[in-house]
Design a binder for this molecule. Structure first.
Ligand SMILES: NC(=O)c1ccc[n+]([C@@H]2O[C@H](COP(=O)([O-])OP(=O)(O)OC[C@H]3O[C@@H](n4cnc5c(N)ncnc54)[C@H](O)[C@@H]3O)[C@@H](O)[C@H]2O)c1
Length: 261
């Protein structure tokens, strides 16, 4: 499904991004990895770069080939470094990179955003999400946080709420739609990667353990990578603006509780 395709993957130095890069390579894709840290093994083309600033993104894009088949936005922060940095990496930087890469994506290409079950609240917080996604370009996030009175602990869930809303919006934006580029999201539940330890510190063990208990185990990077790559592939050619829960049934379980069925 991916043979001969060029796939750009962020966050390849660890966890889900590393596994997605390995699997894409095994499936015959040419992978270009991006991360702020060096990946542990050097089998893929790698661009060391920082997606948390406009300058960092410009430097990355300058090094990219003219034609790319898919962009998998996997890099993310847990929120433990504060709301400003978390919004910069998980949403505004991700969006700026996607917009900058769009002209290089071929017709029928794809953007896949790794969101999270933590973004579940986007409907409940819709007005806030609409306001914050309507801010164009790479904003001064510190001022935005102050203006809207956003709290540090809201950083991670908010970043994923914005990402889920933007995924649906982007699927209909001329920049992507007119070029035949699909934009979708994958939302994992808890996954055994280094970030999970940070979630335990930010959210508390009780919350993480109760999410895991609902579905029997935590996910692994190997559970998430195939979902990301399916959405990158032509097999998903009629899937656009969708959010694929890759969580062992966690979202369904929360829906049952919230909606009372
Ligand atoms: N692990 C989980 O429980 C879980 C659950 C839901 C969603 N997610 C999401 O999955 C994605 C991948 O997370 P993971 O579990 O593999 O975590 P991870 O910490 O193992 O990997 C994240 C990667 O992103 C990179 N990164 C961070 N800041 C960057 C920057 N400014 N520029 C470039 N790269 C940067 C890191 O260096 C790291 O390699 C994240 O978006 C995360 O929010 C993870």
């Amino acid at each position: 499904m991916l043979f001969g395709k060029t796939i750009l993957i962020t966050g390849v130095a660890s966890g889900i991004g590393a596994r997605t890069a390995d699997l894409a390579g095994q499936m015959g894709a040419d992978v270009i990895g991006i991360d702020i840290r060096e990946p542990p093994h050097g089998q893929i083309s790698f661009i060391k770069g920082d997606i948390s600033t406009a300058a960092g993104i410009e430097a990355i894009v300058r090094q990219l080939p003219k034609r790319i088949d898919a962009l998998a936005n996997v890099a993310g922060l847990s929120g433990n470094t504060g709301i400003t940095k978390t919004l910069a990496v998980n949403f505004y930087g991700l969006r700026a990179l996607s917009e900058a890469v769009a002209p290089r994506l071929r017709e029928g290409g794809a953007v896949v955003n790794v969101a999270s079950i933590a973004g579940y609240g986007w409907r409940a917080n819709l007005e806030r999400a609409k306001t914050l996604t309507a801010v164009e370009g790479f904003p001064d996030i510190e001022s935005l946080v102050a203006k809207h009175g956003l709290k540090n602990e809201e950083g991670y869930p908010l970043s994923k709420e914005l990402l889920l809303l933007w995924t649906m919006q982007a699927a209909h934006l001329p920049l992507f739609k007119n070029a035949g580029i699909r934009v979708n999201a994958v939302s994992p539940g808890p996954v055994e990667t280094p970030i999970l330890t940070q979630f335990r510190a930010v959210l508390g063990d009780e919350r993480v353990d109760s999410d895991i208990a609902r579905v029997g185990r935590a996910g692994t990077s190997a559970d998430i990578a195939p979902a990301v790559l399916f959405l990158c592939s032509d097999g998903a050619r009629w899937i656009n603006g969708a959010n694929l829960a890759a969580d062992g049934g966690l979202e369904a379980s929360i829906n049952a509780e919230v909606l009372g069925f």
